[in-house]
Design a protein around this ligand. Structure first.
Ligand SMILES: Cc1ncc(COP(=O)(O)O)c(C=O)c1O
Length: 426
C-alpha cells in the first residue's frame, strides 16, 4: 500500500471526500500500511498485536489465502450463471461442516446481504412478516436490518423501533439480569407478536456485550418459535468458523439445529463474502423468483473461501482458539481477583468480553476506565475495542493464529495498565 501521504494529509482527504457517518477506530487514528498474520504495522514503524479483528480469521494477508485469490484472479472471474468447479466444490465443503439437513447454500457478498436473504427466505417459507430479534443485536446496515437491529435503532442516531413487525426480546444476560426466567420472557414477546416468519439471533451476542447464551436457552426458544410456525435463523457472522474453540459453528454447542444459518466476516479472511445455508424444503419455497447476486459465489471468492477452510483445518486453528482462549480466560480471571474494576470475564475460545464496573454490587459501568484501558493498551501496541449497550465491555476477538506468547504479553500488559489506572483513580 502506498505511503506517499502523511496521516494528516490522509485525514484531510478523508474529511473532504469520505462520508462522515464512517467512524475511525481510536481517538488517535492509526495509519496502517501492512498486515501480517496477527500483527498490523503502521506508517510510523510500530507493530501492533491485533486483538480485535475477527475478519482476518486465519491471519492478515495469510500467504495461502493471498496465493489462492491471486491464482484464480489471473485465471477466471465470472458469475454463478456459468458452471465452474469452484462454486459447487466450495458449497459442498461448507455444507459438510454443517448438520446434514442444512445442505442448500447461497453465496453473497456481505453479512448484511446474507441476513437480508435469510429473512426473505423465512418470509417466503412462512408467508408471514413478523420477526423476533434480541435486544442489543446488530445484524447489518441495510434498511430492513437497521429495523431489525436494536443496537442501531436504539443507539446513537437511531429513532427507536419504527416497524410493527419487529419484536424485541430481552437479553438473557446472566451477569446483569441474573435469575430471570429468560424462556418465559421470550414467550411473553411471542404471545404479543402475532404469527411470525422467524427469530434471528447470534449464538454468542457480540455488539450486545460479548454475552454467551445460557445453557438450554436456544433449545427452549427454538421450540417456542417452531410451535408458532416460525423459522430459527442463526447469525454466525461474528462467532462462526471455529472461533469459540470447540466446534466449527457456535450453535453446535447448544445442541440445536437452526433452520437457516448465516455466515460472514471470517469466511473470506477479509475478501467480501458471506453465505446462507438452509434445508432443501425451505429453499424450495424460495424458487419462484430468480435469485442473483452479481459477485456472490464468483470463482475468486470460492477459491479464497476454500483456502480459508484448508487453513482452519490443516493448521488446527479451532484447537488453537481453545488453547489460547483458555490461557486468556485463566489470566483474566486472576486479574479479576486482583482488580474489582473487572466485574465479569466471559466468553469462550477467542471471543471474550471483560465487563468493567465501578462497583460490583451496583454494577455501575466503568465507561471512562474502559476507554482509558483501551487507550493505554494502544500505547503499548495492543489493539482492543469497547462495546455493549453501556460501552463498558472490552472485546477480545483476534485472528485465530494468535500464539501463547502473544496471550502472555497481553495479560502482562493488561495487568500493568490496570494497575496504573486503578492507582490513578484512588
Ligand atoms: C452479527 C453480525 N451480523 C451481520 C453483520 C453485517 O455484516 P456486514 O458488515 O458484512 O454487512 C455484522 C457486522 O458487523 C455482525 O456483527
Amino acid at each position: 500500500m502506498s505511503t506517499d501521504y502523511s496521516i494528516d494529509e490522509l485525514l484531510m482527504q478523508r474529511e473532504k471526500y469520505v462520508g462522515k457517518a464512517l467512524s475511525i477506530a481510536h481517538e488517535k487514528p492509526l495509519h496502517i500500511i501492512r498486515g501480517d498474520m496477527q500483527y498490523l504495522y503502521s506508517a510510523d514503524g510500530k507493530k501492533y498485536l491485533d486483538l480485535v479483528n475477527n475478519v482476518c480469521h486465519v491471519g492478515h494477508s495469510n500467504p495461502r489465502v493471498v496465493e489462492a485469490g491471486q491464482r484464480q484472479m489471473a485465471l477466471l472471474n465470472t458469475n454463478t450463471r456459468y458452471i465452474y468447479q469452484g462454486l459447487t466444490e466450495y458449497i459442498e465443503r461448507l455444507a459438510r461442516t454443517l448438520p446434514p439437513s442444512l445442505n442448500v447454500g447461497y453465496l453473497v457478498n456481505s453479512g448484511s446481504e446474507a441476513n437480508e436473504l435469510a429473512v426473505r427466505i423465512a418470509r417466503s417459507y412462512t408467508g408471514k412478516k413478523n420477526m423476533i430479534v434480541m435486544e442489543g443485536a446488530y445484524h447489518g446496515h441495510t434498511t430492513m436490518l437497521i429495523d431489525l437491529s436494536p443496537y442501531k435503532f436504539r443507539g446513537p442516531g437511531g429513532k427507536g423501533k419504527s416497524e410493527p413487525w419487529v419484536h424485541v426480546v430481552p437479553i438473557p444476560d446472566t451477569y446483569r439480569r441474573r435469575g430471570r426466567n429468560y424462556a418465559k420472557e421470550f414467550n411473553t414477546v411471542l404471545d404479543k407478536s402475532g404469527p411470525i416468519a422467524g427469530f434471528m439471533a447470534e449464538t454468542m451476542l457480540s455488539c450486545a456485550g460479548q454475552i454467551p447464551l445460557p445453557e438450554g436457552y436456544l433449545s427452549s426458544v427454538f421450540k417456542q418459535v417452531r410451535a408458532a410456525g416460525g423459522l430459527c435463523i442463526i447469525d454466525e457472522v461474528q462467532v462462526g468458523f471455529g472461533r469459540l474453540g470447540t466446534h466449527m459453528w457456535a450453535f453446535e454447542e447448544h445442541d440445536v439445529v437452526p433452520d437457516i444459518v448465516v455466515m460472514g466476516k471470517p469466511i473470506g479472511n477479509g475478501h467480501p463474502m458471506a453465505a446462507v445455508f438452509t434445508t432443501l424444503d425451505i429453499s424450495a419455497s424460495f424458487e419462484e423468483m430468480e435469485f442473483f447476486s452479481t459477485f456472490g459465489g464468483n470463482p475468486v471468492s470460492c477459491a479464497i473461501g476454500l483456502s480459508v477452510l484448508d487453513v482452519i483445518e490443516e493448521e488446527k486453528l479451532i484447537k488453537n482458539a481453545e488453547k489460547i482462549g483458555n490461557i486468556l480466560i485463566d489470566g483474566l480471571l486472576k486479574l479479576k481477583k486482583k482488580y474489582s474494576l473487572i466485574g465479569d470475564v466471559r466468553g469462550k475460545g477467542l471471543f471474550l468480553g471483560i465487563e468493567l464496573v465501578k462497583n460490583r454490587d451496583t454494577l455501575e459501568p466503568a465507561i471512562y476506565e474502559a476507554k482509558e484501558i483501551v487507550r493505554e493498551m494502544l500505547k503499548n501496541n495492543f489493539l482492543l475495542s469497547i462495546d455493549g449497550p453501556l460501552k463498558n465491555v472490552i472485546k477480545i476477538k483476534p485472528p485465530m493464529v494468535i500464539t501463547k506468547e502473544d496471550a502472555i504479553k497481553t495479560l502482562d500488559t493488561f495487568d500493568k495498565v490496570l494497575s496504573k489506572i486503578v492507582s490513578k483513580g484512588s
